[in-house]
Design a protein. Structure first.
Length: 542
């Protein structure tokens, strides 16, 4: 995906510094995330550092989120231009003597080339692209460069752009220039995925997978279901669809195309769900699914290093069944066989943990978790980064990460392939998660609906004045793919020309029945696909 590729291009694997070290950091940067709403545990570490150490807290985000409101400095960047901002910060780090040349000589691949490349990437250059004032970029660079105990918590939002991999890679370069990776309380974190090293053989039946089986891109499911030959990967059209744990009729890009595909008379659809979602409404058969309190399971983490095992708390009501139960029953009826067919969820967990060299499930359950942190030197890459040459790569070989690599910059830069604003589409749209709608299961609960009230568009007062609209007015937000009705909320915590639609409301919540992802493109991001939810140019009409 966009996010994974941007991180691994520099670091080598999807892992980073333990976020609990933030409590000992002197500068903390949340770049492209809103943990006040989405990661309260992270905010607790930040609060400890601010209280005990006087740590400075910086947020980089396209609008004034709840997290940005609490920051000492908010860099309000235009969507899709984070790479330009990061390059200008790097320019200052080299220019003003904050670069640790000894560290780079030992741990990075092309520091001299990078410094030469950044010579003209000044704060003034970046301001013209990202809209952040040059003096603010200077101040942030000096704050960041002035301490080695600087920690960047990378969010997922800014990578959901056509150039997201390049932007994310540019951000990971910052601690590689200052040497912050080597310090306690320094470095960066994106996700802990590769720390867990779980053997997937039993859960995923890796020993039975046919290598000729097609893998189809979920971000392109509309094109897949509508028979686009490229998206079908040279195979026949899809005539049967089994959906678990997702709601593509609402959450997938270009949802008009998705719904067109789901509505085909010759497509059989079975949905295994907890709620009667809009996707379930297209199904020929809906199977009721258990919730997380109703089955045994195991959990890795993204923002921490703890592995957990959980036992069910209550029995599932009625005919609700877990994914494991339904998949086993389906496999049995299809005449297949696999050891997991005759295992309970708990037995699958036990067997997988044994294959992976973990403690047994009951021990982990009784201890609440097992910490997969890999020791200070490894977590801080003091033993080298996770490429074969042990170097952090300022100069990644993008062709090795995916097929759509043509034109990608060799070194960090502003990669101008985004859906830029135009005279006919003068606004850049970001569809950030609403506080109460972090996924569409919450759009089915009365309390969340009551708190969110109705679909809104955060519009800068200057833009509203030009459009002739006021607080509470209905507007049509649209592009070539369609229109969505939203209600204006005047908000000065974004740049003019940017509109924020906190989402994801179901289509049924809109007057015309169309949700926000009617507008988002299913274009594949560089270099290896992934959804580009925050890379959309739109018009707004009263």
């Amino acid at each position: 995906t966009l996010m994974d590729t941007g991180w691994t291009a520099g670091v080598g694997q999807v892992r980073g510094v333990d976020v609990t070290e933030i409590k000992d950091s002197d500068v903390i940067v949340v770049w492209g995330g809103n943990p006040v709403n989405t990661q309260v545990n992270l905010m607790s570490h930040i609060a400890k550092a601010r209280k005990s150490r006087g740590a400075k807290f910086v947020v980089v985000d396209a609008y004034r989120t709840g997290t940005a409101e609490k920051a000492d400095m908010h860099l309000m960047v235009k969507p899709g231009t984070d790479g330009a901002l990061a390059c200008a910060v790097m320019h200052v780090l080299f220019r003003d003597g904050y670069a640790d040349r000894d560290y780079m000589a030992q741990y990075t691949d092309a520091p001299a080339e990078l410094e030469t490349h950044l010579a003209d990437k000044t704060p003034q250059w970046a301001e013209a692209i990202c809209g952040v004032p040059a003096d603010q970029i200077e101040a942030f660079a000096q704050l960041y460069g002035g301490t080695r105990k600087s920690f960047i918590r990378v969010g997922y939002g800014f990578a959901r752009s056509r150039n997201g991999s390049v932007n994310l890679h540019a951000v990971t370069c910052l601690p590689s220039i200052t040497g912050a990776w080597a310090e306690h309380g320094g470095g960066a974190h994106y996700h802990s995925r590769d720390l867990y090293a779980l053997n997937p053989e039993i859960i995923q039946a890796t020993d039975r997978i046919n290598p000729d089986t097609r893998i189809l891109d979920m971000s392109r499911i509309g094109e897949v279901l509508c028979g686009n030959p490229t998206d079908l990967a040279g195979g026949p059209e899809v005539t049967g669809l089994f959906i678990q744990n997702t709601n593509p009729a609402t959450v997938a890009p270009d949802t008009s195309r998705v719904r067109e595909g789901l509505a085909r008379d010759d497509l059989f659809v079975c949905v295994h769900e907890q709620f009667m979602t809009e996707t379930a409404s297209y199904a020929d058969i809906v199977l009721p699914a258990s919730m997380f309190l109703e089955h045994d399971d195991m959990y890795t983490g993204g923002g921490h290093t703890f592995f957990q095992v959980a036992k069910k708390v209550v029995n599932a009501p009625g005919e609700c069944r877990s994914n494991h139960s339904v998949n086993n029953a389906l496999l049995q009826r299809l005449g297949g066989s696999h050891p997991a067919m005759n295992m309970t969820e708990w037995e699958v967990i036990e067997a997988s943990l044994k294959l992976s060299g973990y403690p047994d499930a009951q021990t982990i359950y009784e201890n609440r978790w097992v910490d997969r942190s890999d020791g200070f030197d490894n977590m801080h890459f003091r033993s080298g980064f996770l490429h074969p040459d042990k170097k952090f790569h300022f100069k990644p070989n993008w062709s090795s990460y995916g097929p759509k690599h043509e034109g990608m910059p060799e070194l960090p830069d502003h990669f101008d392939v985004i859906d830029n604003a135009t005279d006919t589409k003068p606004f850049r749209l970001v569809t950030a998660p609403a506080r109460n709608y972090l996924n569409t299961s919450f759009t089915e609960t009365p309390t969340s609906i009551a708190r969110e009230k109705r679909p809104t568009a955060l519009v800068h007062p200057e833009d509203a004045k030009r459009l002739g609209v006021d607080d509470g007015d209905a507007v049509a937000v649209g592009n070539e793919q369609g229109n969505v009705e939203l209600f204006v909320k005047l908000f000065d915590g974004l740049q003019p020309g940017v509109v924020i639609a906190e989402s994801v409301w179901p289509g049924s919540a809109h007057k015309d029945g169309h949700g926000i992802n009617v507008l988002t493109s299913s274009d594949a991001g560089y270099p290896n696909g992934g959804a580009v939810f925050h890379d959309t140019a739109v018009w707004i009409n009263k």
